[in-house]
Design a protein. Structure first.
Length: 471
C-alpha cells in the first residue's frame, strides 16, 4: 500500500515540478514582452549581461554628451541669430549716414535730426541685443568669458578665444617693427595752393574716386574732398602747412592697405604713384610673429588669442595677462576636455576700429550729427561690419564645424550602441509569444495530469474502503 502511495506522490511531484517550470517560462517570456528586454538577470547569460551593463553606461554618458551638444547649439545658435539682428541695426545706421551723400536729395537740419534719432535707436537696440541670454549665458556681452589686462597705450584690444588650464597665462615680448599706413604726397606752392589743373583717380583698398582740381585751389579744399569720400576708398588726406604738402594715407595699417593715383589729364605730381602699408613685427613669448597690420594672432596648445597693437607703437610690451574661463561644453564625451565658446562683446562701444567706435555715432558723440562727420562715421560702420564678420565666422565655425562634427560622431556612436544593445537585449516578440503558447499548453497538461492523479487517488481510497467493508 505504501508503495502505491509513494508511486503516486512521486508522479504527482514530477507533474508539479513540470508545471512550475512551465509557469516560470511563461512569466519570463511575458516579462520580456512587457519590458522589451531580453536580459532580465545575470542568469540569462553572465557575459552578455555584463556587456549589456557596459553598453548601458556608455549610453548614459552619450545621452549626457548629446544634451551638452544641444545646450551648446542653443547658446551658439542663439548668438548667431542675435548677431544677424545686430548686423541689421548696423546696416540701418549705414543707410541713414549714406543719405548725407545723396546729392539729388540734400539733407536739411530736420532730416539730420531725424536720421540721428534713428541712429540713436539702433545703437540702443545693439546694446540691448548684446545682453541677450541663452541657457543662463550671455555670450555676446563679454561678461562671461576670459579676461585680459594690458597697457592701453600699447595695446588697442585683446580677444581670447581659448585658454588651456585654469591658471593665468601671460604674453610677454616686444613689438620690433611698428605697423605703418601707406601714403602718397603732393607738394603745392608756398601758399598751399594747387599749381596746375588736373584730373586724377585715387584708389584705396575699398574703391576709387576721381577728382578734378584747378590751379589756385587750396590744398585744404582738396583734402576735404578726399576725406568726404574716405568711406568709399579707405583713404584720408591731411595738409602740412609748414612743408606745403598734402598727404594721402591709407586709413588702415599693414600690407593689405594700399593707395594709388592715376592722373588722367593735366599735371599732379606726387612722390609716388602707389603705396602700401607695412605689417607690424614682434617677438612674443620667444616666438617671432608678423601681424596683419596691427593685429597679431597667437595659436598654440595654450592660447588662441588676437592682440591688436596701438597705432604706431613699437618697443617692449607690458605683460598681457589672460585669465578666467569661458562657457564650455563637453561635446566629445571627455569631461576633462570641454570646448569653450568665447566671443567678444558686441556692445556699440566695442564695435569699430581705427576710425572710432560705434557708440561715438550716438547723440553727443564725437562722430554724431552726420554732416561733416558722416564720412568718418561710415568708416566706423564699415569697421563694425568687419568686426561682425569676424565674430560671426567664429560662431559659425563653432556651430557648423565643432558642434556639427560632435553631433555626427555622437549620432553614429548612438546607433552603434543601440545596435549592440539590440543584439544582446532585443526581444523577438513572435518567439516569446510562441514560448508562452508552448508552455501554456504544457502547464495546462500538467494541471490536467494533477486532476487525473487526484481522481486516481480518490478511486484507490474508495476501493480500499470497499475491501475493508467500510462502505
Amino acid at each position: 500500500m505504501s508503495r502505491i502511495g509513494l508511486s503516486i506522490a512521486t508522479v504527482e511531484y514530477g507533474i508539479l515540478k513540470a508545471r512550475s517550470r512551465a509557469e516560470s517560462q511563461i512569466a519570463k517570456a511575458t516579462l520580456r514582452i512587457a519590458t522589451g528586454e531580453q536580459m532580465q538577470s545575470p542568469a540569462d547569460g553572465p557575459a552578455d549581461y555584463m556587456r549589456l551593463s557596459q553598453l548601458q553606461s556608455e549610453q548614459a554618458l552619450l545621452t549626457s554628451t548629446m544634451n551638452n551638444i544641444s545646450r551648446a547649439t542653443t547658446v551658439a545658435g542663439g548668438a548667431a541669430d542675435t548677431l544677424d539682428l545686430i548686423r541689421a541695426q548696423v546696416v540701418l545706421i549705414q543707410t541713414e549716414l549714406e543719405k548725407e551723400f545723396d546729392t539729388e536729395n540734400p539733407m536739411s537740419a530736420d532730416d539730420r535730426t531725424a536720421s540721428q534719432a534713428a541712429i540713436d535707436d539702433a545703437i540702443t537696440a545693439i546694446n540691448n541685443l548684446s545682453r541677450t541670454e541663452f541657457e543662463g549665458i550671455r555670450p555676446l556681452d563679454g561678461s562671461g568669458t576670459y579676461f585680459s589686462s594690458y597697457d592701453t597705450t600699447e595695446v588697442a584690444g585683446v580677444e581670447v578665444y581659448r585658454k588651456a588650464g585654469t591658471t593665468t597665462q601671460t604674453v610677454e615680448g616686444a613689438v620690433t617693427k611698428a605697423a605703418q599706413a601707406g601714403s602718397i604726397t603732393y607738394t603745392g606752392d608756398a601758399s598751399d595752393l594747387i599749381t596746375d589743373d588736373a584730373t586724377f583717380t585715387l584708389t584705396g583698398s575699398d574703391g576709387s574716386k576721381t577728382f578734378s582740381v584747378t590751379a589756385g585751389e587750396t590744398l585744404d579744399s582738396l583734402a576735404d574732398q578726399i576725406n568726404d569720400s574716405s568711406y568709399q576708398t579707405r583713404l584720408v588726406a591731411s595738409v602740412d602747412a609748414a612743408s606745403h604738402t598734402l598727404t594721402v594715407s591709407t586709413v588702415d595699417y599693414g600690407s593689405a592697405a594700399t593707395a594709388s593715383i592715376d592722373v588722367a589729364s593735366g599735371t599732379f605730381t606726387t612722390d609716388a604713384t602707389s603705396a602700401q602699408g607695412v605689417d607690424a613685427e614682434a617677438t612674443l613669448n620667444g616666438q617671432n610673429y608678423t601681424a596683419a597690420g596691427n593685429v597679431f594672432s597667437i595659436h598654440n596648445e595654450m592660447l588662441d588669442v588676437r592682440i591688436e597693437i596701438a597705432s604706431d607703437f613699437s618697443g617692449t610690451l607690458e605683460d598681457i595677462s589672460i585669465g578666467g574661463s569661458a562657457p564650455s561644453f563637453d561635446v566629445w564625451g571627455e569631461p576633462s576636455l570641454p570646448v569653450a565658446l568665447s566671443l567678444p562683446g558686441v556692445q556699440a562701444v566695442r564695435l569699430g576700429g581705427v576710425s572710432g567706435n560705434l557708440q561715438e555715432l550716438a547723440s553727443g558723440g564725437s562722430l554724431s550729427g552726420l554732416d561733416s562727420n558722416a564720412a568718418a562715421a561710415l568708416r566706423v560702420v564699415e569697421e563694425s561690419l568687419s568686426d561682425l564678420d569676424r565674430i560671426e565666422g567664429i560662431t559659425s565655425g563653432y556651430v557648423d564645424g565643432t558642434l556639427a562634427a560632435a553631433s555626427s560622431v555622437a549620432a553614429a556612436r548612438s546607433d552603434n550602441i543601440d545596435d549592440s544593445i539590440e543584439a544582446i537585449n532585443g526581444v523577438n516578440y513572435e518567439q516569446q509569444q510562441a514560448v508562452i503558447d508552448l508552455y501554456s499548453d504544457l502547464a495546462d497538461n500538467a494541471t490536467a495530469g494533477l486532476i487525473i492523479m487526484s481522481q486516481q487517488r480518490s478511486a484507490i481510497v474508495t476501493l480500499i474502503q470497499q475491501m475493508a467493508g467500510l462502505t
